[in-house]
Design a protein around this ligand. Structure first.
Ligand code: F6R
Length: 612
């Protein structure tokens, strides 16, 4: 939520900052602004709406040339998305941008108003600008004044500030909200994520919790908020600018759907040692401890939660350890039973989701070990976990998660197989057979992407539907939930996912010729699962509904009742979600495009949900 950029160096700061904001726009896009220091003055432009509107204003009324600037793209929490509520907030000498929520803002505001401060916005963030102006008035340096301010703030923040009297410095601090430093030659960058400065440098430094950074043209000095020295770690970003560009696609989302064969292959890459055993290098938890755990709890939000639901089926089947899956925002509020024998697995593409982060803290307080499955190097979630499995999917910029989901699935399967291996629950050849099937999945996903035409035609046919149901059973159920979520968030069509077996316990009352139903059919296997789902399809078809069936290409039983049949490649039941979700992603992307929506930036949403 909210994207932040800061720059100091020889380039035109306004251009660097706006270019960075464009790459962070996925984080929030209801207003934006930029401030620079020029000739001992802070000058700024800010506008409600997307960055394109801000850019128009900056073309009409250009900012003065400057090598020092900050910028912000907003996802509103306190105060509507108006010009006045946009950041930066400028008070006297200072300009401030903020991401997060200052929880004690009301009290701070009251005190400031009592002292005579006049507020120009309804935001919680503006208090930080007033506090900073007040501290600077005591004669403190920018860094010292800033340190005093952040120590007064409660809640979550990434705060960045500049001072018109100090053209050699940008200061910033973070608590529960992301911030990375980009290290260039004679220039330095700050941003909510590396994509904002990837065009200029791939060398970066993570900022830890409760740290403050002072940036000059020549480097960065990092300290704890209280001034104590801080340890930092540098890293090299292993992707480049092209990964953060659309490369001819109309939407980042479509590009990311098509990147899935490579993304899944990258998640699986290098996970076997020379004895053919699974090796998860980043999993810094000893096999002895993994043998002792007696329960697994998976915690995540949204799409990542659905990946967790799939993981439960695989883990319980392969590892024979009870596995619960819980929405992160519910987890810590219900006093969950978690102890040192519990392995908590968190799943997060961004690594910054506040609900998931808070769940991790709660789990660690109960002395549980936490493994994060994450896509973003050095983000808060992997930093605060005991171990991490990175998905290596490359940047996911479209707000709706696609390659995030499939790579999370791949990582969950790897974790499940690894646990089965260390706990001796499967023979080596059984694990090798499942791994071999996993390795084939990128090719199967590619086959589906190569024949997407029928899905695109279906989207044309269904673009005016007001409501759609999605059904699945076993691992097909989370796929149904994810298919419904994609349609809701992108096409703004009411959609719900149900376990197919629940149909006759209520939802069947909705079935009529006016309600299309998608059904994910599991492959034929030893149990009755497939036949039960085929019976469900027959029940729906008998009531006149249009049934879109996703099933194995050779599944003639399922095809018989289908109004539209979407062929899936042959897989085992547990791995089917990796292919079954692809047509549903394409369908949602296409229908949203046809309805004229902004697919990459759906209304009211933000990519990285850093508030609870
Ligand atoms: C839906 C979507 C969200 C995220 C959820 C968790 O398309 O993207 O539901 O999956 O907000 O985000 P991460 O994975 O970043 O923790």
């Amino acid at each position: 939520m909210c994207g932040i950029v800061g720059y100091i160096g020889p380039r035109a700061a306004d251009e660097v900052v706006v270019a960075g904001l464009r790459r962070l726009e996925y984080r929030g896009y209801d207003s934006a602004g930029v401030a620079v220091v020029h000739d001992g003055e802070v000058t700024w432009r800010k506008r409600s709406g997307k960055i394109a509107r801000l850019a128009e204003t900056m073309t009409a009324v250009p900012l003065p040339s400057s090598g020092l600037g900050i910028g912000h793209t907003r996802w509103a929490t306190h105060g509507a998305p108006t010009d006045a509520n946009s950041h930066p907030h400028v008070v006297g000498r200072v300009a401030v941008v903020h991401n997060g929520i200052i929880e004690n803002h009301e009290q701070l505001r009251e005190n400031l108003v009592a002292e005579g401060a006049e507020f120009a916005s309804e935001t919680d963030s503006e208090v930080a600008a007033h506090l900073l102006a007040r501290e600077l008035a005591t004669g403190a340096t920018l860094t010292e004044a800033f340190r005093r301010v952040v120590q007064q703030l409660e809640g979550a923040f990434t705060l960045v500030a500049i001072d018109s009297n100090d053209a050699d410095r940008v200061v910033a601090a973070r608590r529960n909200s992301p911030l990375v430093v980009g290290i260039g030659e004679g220039e330095m960058f700050l941003a909510s994520d590396v994509s904002a400065f990837i065009e200029y440098t791939r060398e970066a430094m993570e900022l830890g919790q409760d740290q403050l950074v002072e940036l000059t043209r020549d480097g960065a000095v990092v300290t704890q908020l209280d001034g104590a020295p801080a340890e930092t770690s540098r890293f090299h970003v292993d992707w480049d600018l092209s990964a953060a560009q659309k490369q001819g696609y109309d939407w980042f989302m479509r590009k990311e759907i098509f990147e899935q064969p490579k993304a899944v292959a990258d998640t699986l890459l290098g996970r076997l040692n020379n004895r053919g055993e699974i090796q998860l290098d980043e999993l810094r938890i000893s096999p002895e401890l993994l043998r002792r755990i007696n329960k697994i709890v998976i915690v995540a939000c949204g799409t990542a939660y659905y990946a967790g639901l799939v993981a439960k089926y695989a883990i319980e089947h392969w590892v024979r350890v009870p596995c619960e899956v819980e929405v992160a925002s519910e987890f810590r509020y219900r006093d969950p039973i978690v102890d040192p024998m519990t392995l908590v697995v968190t799943i997060s593409q961004s690594g910054e989701t506040a609900d998931t982060l808070m769940a991790i803290r709660h789990a660690r307080e109960q002395h549980a070990k936490v493994v994060a499955i994450c896509n973003t190097n050095g983000a808060s979630i992997p930093r605060e976990s005991d171990a991490v499995i990175y998905t290596h999917a490359g940047p996911e910029i479209g707000v709706a998660s696609t390659k995030g989901f499939t790579t999370q699935l791949a990582a969950c399967y790897l974790l499940g197989l690894y646990l089965a291996q260390v706990r001796g629950m499967k023979y080596g050849d059984e694990i090798a057979a499942i791994l071999a099937e996993l390795q084939r999945m990128p090719e199967l996903i590619q086959q589906l992407l190569d024949r997407q035409q029928n899905v695109l035609e279906l989207a044309v046919e269904m673009q005016a539907e007001p409501s759609v149901l999605f059904l699945g059973r076993h691992v097909g159920f989370p796929v149904a939930l994810e298919g419904a979520l994609k349609l809701k968030e992108l096409a703004y069509i009411h959609a719900e996912g149900f376990p197919a077996g629940e149909l006759k316990h209520g939802p069947i009352a909705l079935i009529s010729q006016d309600l299309p139903v998608f059904v994910v059919v599991p492959p034929k296997s030893r149990d009755q699962l497939h036949d039960k789902v085929v019976s469900n399809i027959a029940e729906i078809a008998a009531r006149g509904a249009k049934v879109v069936v996703l099933a194995d290409a050779a599944d003639e039983q399922a095809r018989k009742h289908a109004s539209v049949f979407i062929e899936l490649p042959t897989t085992s039941t547990l791995l089917q979600p990796l292919v079954a979700i692809i047509p549903l992603q394409l369908f949602a992307c296409e229908i949203a495009t046809l309805r004229g929506h902004d697919v990459d930036q759906p209304r009211n949403l933000a990519k990285s949900v850093t508030v609870e």
